[in-house]
Write a protein that binds this ligand. Structure first.
Ligand code: HEM
Length: 564
């Protein structure tokens, strides 16, 4: 190497060194700002709340269903009041949590608060440009477009599917219970109910037969199931990799990434064909199909062409509804049977109401094969009868109150904001924020909405808030009724505001129909020698204590035929 070549080499080394040093310095500055500087100016710092050491997180506590009812009670009524902050990923990470409905309403209704980009990006990988992935004007337009698919009328139009599948499940269980000449059997009801709600959504969502109750090998069903299972079991590290290093998944996909891609392809191939066929039928015959996809296609075609969704986007909505509505409703039904098994007197009273209610002629199965062919007034009447039963309604709502399938949700402030409070907040420096004054929150701060906590707040529901008592629904305290309590269906379980659950009527009717069909036929009791625990991921699932790792999520129950 001659002298000038050596100098060039030497300068290159220096330049690279300088760049590395600058990058390291930037990283160090970023860390110093994140861990020490920014937290000092975070207005949430002054709020009351539990303390933590440098890398201590309260995530484990606020996500542990074994302790949250007691913990929230202690935090709100004894230690911090209704509005406080806790620590997310360490002491520097202040997060707001509130049981003050004015604060909660502000956060859930103001456009300032959005679903965190992490949630949207993660779900976007699986569900594409679905409703979960959208925010702002785009989200608002989409909610308007999907509205017609979830009206009370539209949901009633699907009731024959709910009845048909509930009866199919009842018959499958009947066979299990009667096997070997017995009249009692013990099995995992959670998985059976999940198969049922998948089937129901296949028919009422896309007019598609998953046939999961019959067997679980249908390819689109398997694709959804495998994909959702992978996402449900994803470790923290895996989620972080997918969010912050998505390129790794593209260049070097692991087994789960490959399976997810295959599943997405299967779903897209089938879904695109379905959408094209439905659209053609609608354009040619103005068909009267009542499944959600048909209603979406109609709504889409009657929207301004510039605002219409593409076929892929339509399919992404359907996948999002399936993701949001299938396991949630299955869990509502599953938790209800679990609770009834522990409250035999409530179970008997419910059964008595169901057996004494007038039922119109049942609809023959052939009429119910596809929602498109259903013109059955009697199934709507039957669903209407079921829907109107007061004790069933109270049992279902009370289950959703004490065991909400979605235990909480999170929003992030997109700009600095002032949040009005209705209960005083005593700051750490002794200053008081009075009613109708504001707490400050800075852009980027996370707000945790404690769905389960609000459902069990003594302040809202009275001193027996943490007990299962369906009778409370005949005379709710003033604080638990509108306008004081804004939750959909009088619960926080479906949230409320801009991104509340559009499927709540669907879920309530589906749950009632399935529970009514099962409880008239069977008696549910707990399995001796095991204890059922709750596990919070995005949803709250049941498991047998000490057997989660070996056997996964399940809810075994002892089921016998009702004979009286
Ligand atoms: C018992 C059953 C159900 C429960 C407990 C439930 C609960 C919820 C909750 C709490 C949210 C708000 C999440 C958030 O704010 O981050 C939500 C959103 C949503 N739910 Fe449900 N849901 C249920 C059933 C359904 C059904 C049956 C469907 C559709 C058929 C559905 C579709 C959706 C959709 C699309 C969203 C997103 C709304 C948006 O982002 O604008 N859900 N659900």
């Amino acid at each position: 190497m001659d002298c000038s070549g050596f100098q060039l080499f030497w300068w290159s080394i220096k330049l690279v060194g300088l760049l590395v040093a600058l990058l390291v310095a930037r990283g160090v500055l970023w860390l110093v700002n994140l861990l020490w500087v920014a937290p000092r100016f975070d207005p949430l710092r002054n709020l009351p709340g539990p303390d933590a050491s440098a890398f201590h997180s309260h995530f484990c506590s606020v996500n542990d269903p074994d302790i949250t009812p007691e913990l929230y009670h202690e935090w709100t009524s004894k230690l911090f009041g209704k509005t406080f902050r806790y620590h997310g990923y360490g002491r520097h990470d202040y997060r707001l949590m509130s049981f003050d409905l004015r604060v909660v309403s502000h956060v859930l209704t103001s456009p300032v608060y959005q679903k965190p980009w992490q949630t949207r990006a993660y779900l976007g990988r699986l569900l594409g440009r679905g409703v979960f992935n959208m925010e702002g004007a785009e989200h608002k337009a989409l909610r308007k477009l999907i509205g017609p698919a979830f009206t009370a009328q539209a949901v009633k139009g699907m009731s024959s599917i709910f009845l048909q599948k509930a009866e199919e499940l009842r018959d499958r269980w009947d066979a299990l219970v009667s096997a070997n000449g017995s009249s009692t059997a013990t099995f995992d009801v959670a998985h059976w109910i999940s198969r049922t709600t998948f089937d129901i959504f296949g028919l009422s969502g896309f007019d598609y037969h998953f046939n999961a109750l019959h067997d679980e090998s249908e390819e689109v069903y398997s694709a959804y199931r495998r994909m959702f299972n992978i996402s449900d079991k994803a470790t923290h590290l895996r989620v972080l990799k997918q969010l912050y290093l998505p390129i790794v998944e593209r260049i070097w996909p692991d087994r789960d990434d490959k399976i997810t891609q295959q599943c997405l392809k299967t779903i897209r191939d089938c879904g695109t064909g379905l959408i094209q066929a439905k659209r053609e039928t609608y354009m040619n015959e103005k068909s009267d199909d009542k499944d959600i996809l048909s209603l979406l296609i109609k709504s889409n075609l009657s929207t301004e062409p510039s605002n219409r969704l593409s076929d892929t986007e339509l399919l992404d909505q359907l996948s999002s509804f399936l993701f949001a509505g299938s396991d949630t409703t299955a869990l509502a039904i599953t938790w209800c049977l679990h609770i009834l098994s522990h409250h035999p007197e409530i179970q008997s009273r419910l059964r008595a109401e169901l057996l004494s209610s007038p039922t119109p002629d049942t609809v023959t199965s052939s009429k119910r094969n596809s929602i498109c062919s259903v013109s059955s007034t009697s199934s709507v009447m039957q669903a209407d009868t079921i829907d109107a039963l007061p004790y069933l309604d109270a049992v279902v709502r009370e289950t959703l109150r004490v065991s909400p399938p979605v235990h909480g949700t999170v929003r992030v402030a997109t700009v600095d904001d002032l949040i009005p409070v209705s209960s005083p907040v005593v700051l750490r420096n002794g200053k008081i924020i009075h009613e109708n004054e504001y707490i400050r929150i800075k852009k980027g701060s996370f707000v945790h909405i404690p769905v389960e906590g609000l459902n069990m707040s003594e302040e809202i529901w009275g001193p027996d808030a943490r007990q299962f008592n369906p009778d409370r629904w005949t005379s709710l305290p003033a604080g638990a009724t509108p306008p004081s309590f804004p939750g959909l269906a009088n619960l926080m379980s479906f949230s409320f505001g801009r991104a509340s659950c559009p499927g709540y009527r669907f879920a309530l009717l589906e749950a009632k129909v399935v529970i009514a069909t099962l409880v008239t036929q069977f008696v549910f009791s707990p399995v001796e020698g095991i204890e059922i625990g709750k596990y919070n991921s995005v949803v709250t699932r049941p498991f047998v204590r000490d057997r989660l790792d070996s056997e996964g999520f399940q809810l075994p129950l002892r089921i016998s035929k009702h004979t009286d």
